[in-house]
Ligand binder design. Structure first.
Ligand SMILES: NC(=O)c1ccc[n+]([C@@H]2O[C@H](COP(=O)([O-])OP(=O)(O)OC[C@H]3O[C@@H](n4cnc5c(N)ncnc54)[C@H](O)[C@@H]3O)[C@@H](O)[C@H]2O)c1
Length: 462
């Protein structure tokens, strides 16, 4: 994970940082020098997403799950049940409130943590872990404040403890085949890219967790899982709240932060109607239910246009409050053709057109192209990925995390990607609040984007 030349410095810096970090009184252990064949994991948050990472970890014989922190005892019990089903030793539990994760971080027998907590916790969980010398796998979202993004970068640069952006959609099979086509020049020079999060979340945003009752109309204190925390973001914020599923995959195709960078964005939103209508029309709610009358600030469809220094444009769409089938809406367009997806993935879905190879002015099914350019990683690991979440892509993101640590190699999606992608959210909120004004996107690499080389998808190992 750490470049070899940095290892000695890391050990020295880590000791200094560990001493300075008040919460972490125990000395840090530098894992890689001692133990490379097994990665010892701590889980921070064992909700639904934490459990899917946990499931991937439990399948592996090169991972030990040592401890898990989550204040929700119901989620913790579900996670422990999963561990027992895999016949593994029960991890130590930290369930004593929101800050018990810091006691997990004090352990000297953990190399890395996977963070799958609510968005408002990502900053503290990630930064406290890096300061405690624990390598971080960070789930997706957007930042609450722009400063959070700098905090991630500054903490990494101070501690040299790596953090991986766990964006699983970068590993979707059709996305990786298209990446392969991009890297082989099939589309020519890339011009315009689209992606988004177009997913009807209404049944997730209103769910009281009553077993078998189906989605309800409650959220916040009465809500379960994401209804407990995510819906409040819809109530209080208007912006591109979930940028990474759309941006991450196209970012790897245009070598973002590695020869290219985002320069500016502008966002606009529609009015907000979907969540009110949902509660008003629900048999559990009705027009007089308090949650049918709340003002949800988030516009039903948020559109964000982004520019890059290499002359591309990107359009992101956030659309989670309306009845609609799932779609991430990818479009990858270059000087020589384009691919468009209109579903949740699959080689037979969407359209492709390659100038000079496709029939004149006619869309083709992408199937034969995506099969021909199936990514070497997928060819190699498709068996292992069978049964893993989200059509197998969860296997790849977790495998990349563990293999990078074991092989002491840089993460394919690193702190600069995390900061840049997370920054879209607060910048889009500001843009919308100011009527769509252009917002400059900071260069979180401080100029290193000019010389950093592309890595994602270029190895057939992980
Ligand atoms: N990549 C994907 O495909 C994908 C899918 C779903 C969710 N996610 C992301 O995963 C994250 C978690 O989402 P989820 O669906 O699992 O939500 P969830 O509500 O099911 O789980 C969140 C868990 O975090 C716990 N938690 C809250 N505060 C905590 C704290 N201080 N310390 C430790 N644990 C704490 C909660 O008790 C809960 O169990 C979010 O960032 C979400 O956007 C990603």
């Amino acid at each position: 994970m750490l470049e070899n030349s940095n290892r000695r410095k890391f050990i020295k810096d880590a000791a200094i940082t560990g001493a300075a970090f008040s919460v972490m009184s125990t000395p840090m252990k530098v894992f890689a020098a001692e133990k490379k064949s097994t990665v010892r994991i701590g889980m921070i948050a064992t909700g639904f997403r934490g459990q899917s990472h946990l499931g991937e970890m439990l399948k592996r014989n090169d991972v030990e799950v040592i401890a898990m922190a989550d204040p929700d005892k119901r989620m913790m019990a579900m996670a422990q049940k999963l561990v027992a089903e895999h016949g593994k030793k029960a991890p130590v539990e930290y369930t004593n409130g929101d800050y018990d994760y810091r006691n997990l971080l004090k352990r000297t027998d953990i190399d890395a943590v996977i963070v799958a907590s609510p968005w408002q916790w990502h900053r503290d969980h990630g930064i406290d872990a890096m300061n405690a010398g624990k390598i971080v796998g960070m789930e997706v979202c957007g930042a609450i404040h722009l400063q959070d993004c700098w905090d991630f970068v500054n903490t990494y640069e101070k501690t040299k403890v790596p953090i991986m952006m766990m964006e699983n959609v970068c590993y979707r099979r059709d996305v990786m085949a298209v990446l392969n086509m991009v890297q082989k020049g099939l589309f020519g020079d890339l011009l315009h890219l689209q992606g988004g999060y177009e997913h009807d979340l209404r049944g997730v945003l209103f769910n009281d967790g009553t077993p078998n009752a189906g989605p309800g109309v409650e959220f916040g204190d009465k809500g379960f899982s994401e209804a407990h925390w995510r819906t409040v973001h819809h109530q209080k914020r208007n912006g591109e709240l979930y940028p990474t599923h759309g941006l991450g995959p196209v970012a790897t195709m245009i070598d973002l932060n590695r020869g290219n960078r985002l320069t500016a964005l502008s966002s606009v939103s529609t009015k907000s109607m979907g969540l009110n209508r949902y509660v008003a029309n629900s048999p559990y709610g009705g027009p007089d239910h308090p949650n049918a009358k709340i003002h949800y600030k988030l516009g039903d469809v948020v559109s964000t246009q982004i520019q890059t220094t290499n002359g591309q444009t990107i359009l992101l769409t956030h659309d989670t409050s309306s009845p609609r089938p799932y779609n991430l809406g990818f479009r990858v367009q270059g000087t020589n053709g384009l691919w468009m997806d209109y579903s949740g993935g699959g080689f037979d879905k969407g359209h492709i057109y390659i100038d000079g190879k496709s029939p004149d002015d006619a869309w083709e099914s992408p199937q034969k192209w995506l099969e021909e350019y199936d990514h070497p990683l997928w060819k190699r690991y498709s068996k292992e990925a069978e049964g893993a979440g989200h059509g197998g892509m969860d296997y790849f993101v977790d495998n990349a995390f563990i293999e990078s640590i074991k092989r002491d190699r840089p993460f394919p999606l690193d702190v600069y990607d995390l900061a840049t992608w997370y920054a879209i959210t607060p910048l889009s909120e500001k843009s919308i609040a100011e009527g769509g004004t252009l917002q400059r996107i900071p260069d979180f690499t401080n100029g290193k984007w000019r010389t950093r080389k592309p890595v994602f998808g270029l190895s057939d190992e992980y």
